[in-house]
Design a protein around this ligand. Structure first.
Ligand SMILES: Nc1ncnc2c1ncn2[C@@H]1O[C@H](COP(=O)(O)OP(=O)(O)O)[C@@H](O)[C@H]1O
Ligand SMILES: [Mg+2]
Length: 421
């Protein structure tokens, strides 16, 4: 039997753990027009289960007879995506139920929309054209849902990847339809934590700023242990208590890591024929640590500002947790320092104890990972400098976080990056 685990981003797990309370809150919210959770944004690091949670919310909404439109903003415009999805939903027509039995795919999103239109009435889908603006599409669909005594849900994944104009348009249109027109439009979004800074610095994103920001809880050690026992037993495998304990401890609360550890341990031990012993567990933990570095920590490091990176390097150089005052040499402005700490805490890199002022490693940052990422960055920068023609002025070139484009200041410049000279 092949591994029962789902070590991929965006794949709904066979067994969902640690989400009962949040799921119940959403279930109530979708039924309660005044509930704050009806416009909500999940902000958490890669692998914590945002996409899976959005899928759960979409399922809950569909089960309540709502029209569910789910897009991600990493490619093309939201309006075009929705119009395209409606087009596919029309083509799917009667076979929607069959497609929905397959795992979550893009096609499954259109299939669910197809079922939504079947109960709402296909007349609502017919007029939508690819050239319609997002505002017009949302107003039309929410009005149609309203006249059917229902509501619609727009779910938007990877919001941080939208280009700034697209994100601003989405915020303005959601604001207009949900708030000014009082139409029954629910919104569930997901983004990486650095999007919090983007929202703060751009007034035109204030709709997202005002969204509820529910916490996606970390998977507790107990839940992870229960998850391993259940998954392994359901696939006719066996595992020792010591292995379960080691694997559950090593997850560090991250769902992606939990799935990888389980998957690798299963393969290494040759389950279900053989028991998953402690050796297989430790081999899996080591391999999962490498995967976490490549798939989660490295991209996270790329999203950090130079000052945030320096903070982490300072922490990695110290044998003890740092006192926050020791970071003032990196960022002297108290507001700047506080914003930087919040962003590092959100990203899972550090933990900050307000009472004592102690800054220590978070679940996604450890000494080795930070040292390795920092040294890779230095090598890349050095290679970039030597690769330039003689006399050319090397740019910093870092991807800007708040605006599109790269930093144009000289490499190694002081202060913040800038996209314009
Ligand atoms: N509550 C959960 N219980 C079990 N597995 C989960 C849970 N949430 C997510 N996963 C698994 O974790 C991995 C990452 O989830 P995903 O939603 O893609 O994370 P994110 O969108 O935050 O990067 C997937 O393999 C998924 O199956
Ligand atoms: Mg995701």
């Amino acid at each position: 039997m092949s591994s029962p685990f789902t070590p991929d981003f965006g794949t709904s797990p066979t067994h969902l753990v640690g989400r009962t309370a949040l799921r119940d809150e959403w279930k109530t919210a979708l039924r309660t027009p005044t509930d704050r959770l009806r416009t909500a944004l999940l902000l958490s690091p890669r692998g914590t289960g945002k996409t899976v949670m959005l899928n759960e919310i979409e399922d809950l909404a569909a089960a309540q007879g709502m029209l569910v439109v789910a897009v991600d903003t990493s490619t093309a415009g939201v309006a075009e995506r929705i119009a395209e999805q409606i087009e596919i939903a029309r083509e799917i027509g009667g076979s929607a139920a069959d497609i929905l039995r397959q795992p979550q795919t893009e096609l499954a999103k259109s299939a669910r929309l197809s079922l939504g239109f079947a109960s709402l009435g296909w007349a609502a889908a017919i007029p939508v054209k690819p050239q319609w603006s997002l505002r017009r599409i949302l107003t039309h669909l929410a009005t149609a849902s309203s006249s059917n005594n229902s509501a619609m849900l727009l779910s938007v994944d990877e919001l941080h990847a939208a280009d700034s104009d697209e994100a601003r348009r989405l915020a303005a249109d959601l604001q207009h339809v949900a708030k000014r027109e009082y139409l029954p439009l629910c919104f569930a979004g997901a983004a990486l934590p650095f999007f919090r800074g983007v929202m703060r610095s751009d007034r035109r994103l204030s709709f997202f700023n005002r969204c509820a920001k529910p916490t996606l809880p970390r998977i507790s050690k107990e839940d992870a242990a229960a998850f391993y026992r259940l998954m392994i037993a359901a696939a006719d495998g066996t595992v020792t208590d010591e292995s379960v304990d080691a694997m559950a401890t090593a997850c560090g609360g991250n769902a992606y890591k939990m799935q990888h550890i389980g998957h690798i341990a299963w393969l290494v031990a040759e389950a279900p024929q053989r028991e998953i012993g402690v050796e297989a567990a430790h081999e899996a933990i080591d391999a999962a640590n490498r995967i976490m570095y490549e798939d989660v920590f490295r991209p996270l490091w790329e999203d950090l500002t130079p000052a945030e990176r320096r903070c982490l390097e300072r922490l990695a150089d110290s044998t003890e947790p740092l006192h926050v005052a020791e970071l003032a040499t990196i960022e002297a402005d108290p507001d700047g320092l506080s914003a930087m700490l919040t962003s590092l805490v959100d990203a899972g890199c550090v933990e900050y104890d307000h009472a004592s002022g102690a800054v220590s490693f978070g679940h996604l940052g450890d000494r080795e990972a930070i040292a390795e990422a920092a040294s890779v960055s230095r090598h890349l920068q050095a290679a970039d400098v030597t690769a330039r023609p003689l006399g050319a002025h090397p740019d910093c070139g870092r991807q800007m976080r708040r605006v599109p484009g790269r930093c144009v200041l000289p490499l190694g410049h002081a202060g913040r990056c800038r996209s314009k000279r």
